[in-house]
Design a protein around this ligand. Sequence first.
Ligand code: PA5
Length: 432
Amino acid sequence: MSNIKLSLDTLSKFVGNGDIDGIRGEIAAAKEVLMSGKGAGNDFLGWVDLPTRTDEAFVERVEKEAARLAGMSETVVVIGIGGSYLGTRAVVEALAANDRKEKGANIVYAGHTMDPDYYAQLMKRLDKADYSVVVISKSGTTTEPAIAFRLIRQHLEKKYGKEEAKRRIAVVTDEKKGALHSIAGAEGLPQFVIPDNVGGRFSVLTPVGLLPIAAAGYDIRKMLEGARRMQKECAESRSLEECTALMYAAIRNVLYRKGYKVEILTSFKYGLRYFSEWWKQLYGESEGKEGKGILPYSLSFTTDLHSLGQYVQEGERMIFETMMEVKASTREYTVPKDAENIDGLNYIAERTLTYVNNNALKGTREAHYDGNVPVIGMEIERIDEEVLGEMIYMFEYACAVSGYTLGVNPFNQPGVEAYKTNMFRLLGKPGF
Ligand code: PA5
């Protein structure tokens, strides 16, 4: 049994049994296309059985390298963008919020921006820190991480000397091609391979995510265990009711066809902000093409109830919501009692923050439902490595099935090239 369940009470007004029955066949067909490997983009299906295919020898090698990097430095700079960045950040930030870490390096990020002010701050920090680097790029040629790697390598070599700098770099890239692969070969840097048949946004359970997450001190075995459990649920379930991913894929397609073109992923857990960023890339890049696709957006509550809450409640009715409800917290606070009670808060004095936050969640769910926002409740037992592994696989599987149901190839991203072509022309890159 997985730790993620859907609760559909706040959908009843919008999605009836007839709607679900109406789409069952299409979802089953999309699953069949995915599992048979006969659909569009079928050269990118390596993620489907990745959790069960990942063997002990590989996990040991990743853990060993992660321990080496974290052992020699308090900070690890993770260089990457898009699918080579967001999965790591999603997991590291979610687990950091749990405050249970006993070992591992501090992770800082580079290569996801070209803003010089960001690098000025980062370099200031690296001047003082003892650090090593994991550079991640499947193509090995993406401009943003390539520039960041040049900058940081130069800093590293100045700080530690050329030979020591080499000991402080690990590379995650293609097995045979790309500039990064060539640099790693020429310099003798440790290399980890991103399988050819796994696209960037589906790659968090490859060394792309596993190496930096392990360097941060988290248990990648547990992550893989959770992902395996979800892989089994997805592969073996025979009905929507038995499978969170399939039901989620079904509901979002039903809602899309009824005119709900924007999905907001929301949570009252602050640490899930970057999980939502990962999810946005996964769904946006997989489905937004050929003039179609739900726009994925995310909000962190209650923070954003004080900014976009108004729009969600009363703006144009094109939004549906997937509300992640995490049952457990690792730490707790209670609202202090105050004899003077000038702020009038004594009505919740000695109540836990979880109690208050949960009631905010219930109140919000009810308000959004009343305001004609369909809400898919997603109940998540807790946030740890195992459950994050389940969540990652569940959202990936649902995304693939949902994309096939929508009638697009969920595994390509032709639109991403447009800005690059213009940028290269403007920069005078040879051939553009
Ligand atoms: O999902 C994708 O394919 C993209 O987001 C890529 O991950 C991103 O562009 C980075 O590419 P690369 O890993 O080749 O540097």
